[in-house]
Design a protein around this ligand. Structure first.
Ligand code: ADP
Ligand code: MG
Length: 477
């Protein structure tokens, strides 16, 4: 008889299968085994820590939504992570953690010592293989091919390609990729790693987050095994360290990094680092390290522009075999401007919503879903600013906007301005009216309604309003 946890999980899978691309489904969902259920908590077993992190980073929304459908609002997911699959002498070792979304997961669990030939498992060494068979810890999805090029990343992407072709043999050593969250640092750094492995199968590549590096270092230092730690890292041909800003104030770990950096650099090995700011602005990192970070090339990743955002969305959809109306793609690209991660998040939410509610993706659904994504502005924007932006946009003289002209273009520009003022400022309808030559609040209400109606019926009009909306939003960031 089918067990309760199998049943629940199979129902979840049936939904997930429809949403996730086949290849991803095979990679990330098929290996999962449901192992238990207790009231609202389903426990699933996953093959590794990396697996767990990947699921939590990429599929947490989807998992949560499907599980809630099965087990109700209280539903929760717990993971059993295979630390060591065991053999005839040793039992398998597993570790239980609850799922929260990867970001909130604390990285404090003992990381397993990383000593070669030590009876304790090295997490990077594939069991049963020779010592140089170090698992690169790369996500195979992060390739150059899936990394869309735009003005925002052209230099970094090219530099990454150059490094991948000739690791350690260019002046881009280290290659430091920096930029804000969700702009593709991890993706690009891993793309270099994957490309090196493709072009130079004998090179030993290793990707490690700074947090993991620091945790491992601290474990080794507690076990008096710092030399093992440093020697291990000195075996690597292409070392990728992600988010080096987390080294701030980890003094001892910085010493280890310094030793490893020098050894690798002198031996013509490649270093790739990522950081949330340019090396010169990193705080709490020793000057001698910073000066080495500056030896090579520092290249930044910027916020993608509208066109690139569309390209990225279309690429994701192509890769996942998805389709949605062009106007929805444009709507997402207009409205999600902060970074690529949010862009993806919006896309996935939309897909999940459409699938869960058995509803076609259309502009209406997109608006509903994106309401949760569009952030409230951080800077206070004034009615005056919006008025000037609209005047510029439609080439309407400022004083005309305030007068009682009945010319259609002016009336429309005025209505749009009121509408934007209502969305983007905290002013009352009365105050907004006063800024337009003393009109009363009912005029403002009427204007906002007219704009909404026109946006629903007139495509050109909607495009203009959305473009303006984007400009105002940018000004408010
Ligand atoms: P960071 O490390 O800078 O915070 P990530 O590399 O994790 O950002 O990127 C966030 C998400 O956006 C990832 O899923 C990544 O694949 C995707 N992404 C970022 N930049 C691009 C790009 N140029 N083309 C395609 N996908 C991108
Ligand atoms: Mg990252």
């Amino acid at each position: 008889m089918e067990k309760a946890h199998d049943k629940v999980w199979n129902n979840c899978l049936a939904i997930i299968k429809d949403i996730v691309e086949w290849q991803h489904f095979k990679t990330w969902f098929e290996p999962i085994r449901p192992v238990g259920i207790k009231e609202h908590v389903l426990t699933i077993q996953v093959p590794s820590q990396f697996f767990f992190e990947y699921l939590e980073e990429h599929y947490v929304n989807l998992l949560a939504k499907t599980l809630k459908r099965e087990l109700g609002k209280e539903a929760r997911l717990e993971y059993r992570i295979m630390v060591d699959s065991g053999n005839d002498k040793n039992k398998p070792v597993t570790m239980d953690v609850s799922g929260h979304g990867y970001k909130t997961y604390s990285n404090n669990e003992m990381d397993f010592p990383l000593v070669i030939n030590n009876p304790v498992k090295n997490p990077f060494v594939i069991p049963g293989l020779k010592k140089m068979q170090i698992d690169a810890q790369l996500n195979p999805v992060h390739t150059f091919d899936s990394f869309v090029e735009g003005d925002c990343n052209r230099v970094s992407r090219r530099a990454g390609k150059t490094v991948a072709e000739k690791p350690g043999a260019t002046s881009f050593n280290p290659l430091v990729l920096y930029g804000g969250v969700g702009l593709g640092k991890t993706h690009l750094a891993q793309a270099v790693g994957n490309e090196v492995k493709r072009l130079h199968p004998n090179k030993v590549v290793l990707y490690v987050s700074s947090e993991k590096f620091i945790n491992q270092f601290q474990d080794h230092s507690r076990n008096n095994a710092i030399n093992d730690f440093i020697h291990f890292y000195q075996l690597i041909d292409v070392l990728i360290i992600d988010d080096v800003q987390f080294f701030n104030r980890a003094e001892k770990s910085q010493d280890a990094l310094f030793a490893i950096f020098n050894h690798l650099h002198q031996s013509g090995k490649q270093l790739i680092l990522t950081s949330d700011k340019p090396p010169k602005d990193l705080e709490g990192v020793q000057e001698r390290l910073l000066s080495r970070f500056r030896w090579g090339l520092s290249a930044d990743l910027q916020v993608p522009d509208y066109e690139t955002r569309i390209d990225i969305l279309e690429k994701k959809m192509r890769n996942d075999g998805l389709e949605m109306p062009r106007e929805v793609v444009k709507y997402i690209a207009y409205n999600i401007q902060s970074n690529v991660r949010e862009l993806e998040g919006a896309l996935i939410s939309l897909l999940a919503q459409s699938s869960l509610n058995k509803r076609e993706i259309d502009l209406d659904l997109a608006k509903k879903v994106l309401r949760n994504f569009v952030k409230t502005s951080s800077k206070e924007i004034t009615i005056d600013t919006i008025q000037k932006m609209v005047c510029d946009f439609f080439d309407v003289p400022y004083d005309k906007l305030l007068q009682k002209t009945r010319k259609r273009e002016i009336v429309q520009a005025r209505q749009i301005t009121m509408y934007l003022a209502k969305i983007f400022t905290k002013n009352s309808l009365k105050t907004i009216g006063e800024h337009f030559g003393g009109r009363d609040h009912t005029t403002v209400i009427h204007s906002c309604q007219t704009v909404k109606d026109l946006m629903d019926t007139d495509n050109l009009f909607r495009e203009s309003v959305m473009e303006l909306q984007q400009k105002v939003q940018l000004a408010a960031m």
